[in-house]
Design a protein around this ligand. Sequence first.
Ligand code: NAD
Ligand code: UDP
Length: 311
Amino acid sequence: MRVVVTGAAGFLGSHLCDRLLAGGYDVVGIDHFITGNPANLAHVERHPHWHFMRHDVTTYIEVEGPVDGVLHFASPASPVDYLELPIQTLKVGSLGTHKALGLAKAKGARFLLASTSEVYGDPLVHPQPERYWGNVNPVGPRGVYDEAKRFAEAMTMAYHRYHGVDTRIARIFNTYGPRMRPRDGRVVSNFIVQALKGEPLTVYGDGGQTRSFCYVDDLIDGIVRLFERGDPDPTNIGNPDEFTVRQLAEQVIALTGSKSPIVERPLPTDDPKMRRPDITRARAVLDWAPRVPLQEGLKRTIPYFRTALGD
Ligand code: NAD
Ligand code: UDP
């Protein structure tokens, strides 16, 4: 099996490439490093089953030879990134998804879209099952990401229904782990970096908003299962253990042994108040559930940031 991974140099894309190579796949990684890092792929450079193409996937994607799968992970994913890159985010979600689907159709390959819990917006149903259609502000600052992903899901289903492409949609909930950029602005990376540097941990709002954090190894396991044995209906992949942002800050301080204080900063516009996946479907269809609790995942992640910061 030969598969293409877009966004291969990113946090999730690089872990996914590792897992696919370990599973015996030939992997063609594509990225143009807008938010990714070549260092995430340095260790696979000489792997006999690895090939890399530097390319912007919003333009025609040409891959020689057979392709059995296309896993489309290219997109800025941190709110700070997509607020700084609004047009690129819209383009990669729309044009990039179209090109990646076109590649899958031309090659007769299976297609998997890395979608997001952001399709539920600021949810009015809790926890969020796949049948919930969401509560998204299309013209707010987060709309560039949320609507691009909603368009990407619609495009994926159209290629499935109209062209008969075998597709998968993974709705990924907040995931963390090694290889996140220390300054990518997401809450886990921000808090760990702040704690290690002895800086105040910046809780946005009163910190009462909730998220459910999935360790990267669990997430990748769910993605590969979905790719190999899932079906075209959207599938939530995430960890249903829910925490307030303030609880996360307290855990990070305890686990790093930091003396950093917690400070409050303004809540960003349209910041979802709560988020937790209903993973009934993933359990039933994929026989998948996350195994790594938050505390354990943070213990595995903190040493990576210590090294990245040069401690
Ligand atoms: P990331 O920013 O680390 O990785 C994204 C990668 O895509 C980067 O390497 C970037 O350079 C590349 N990219 C962006 N636009 C591109 C383009 N036009 N052409 C080629 N490459 C391009 O982010 P991540 O956390 O690894 O997220 C990967 C995917 O998973 C994204 O699609 C994201 O929306 C989705 N996702 C992630 C999370 C999470 O918690 N990490 C949650 C929900 C969804
Ligand atoms: N957040 C925070 N402090 C930070 C970064 C983020 O309190 O330094 C909050 C943010 O407002 C949100 C939650 O943490 O409520 C998760 O933010 P993140 O950017 O990781 O992703 P989101 O789930 O919002 O896409």
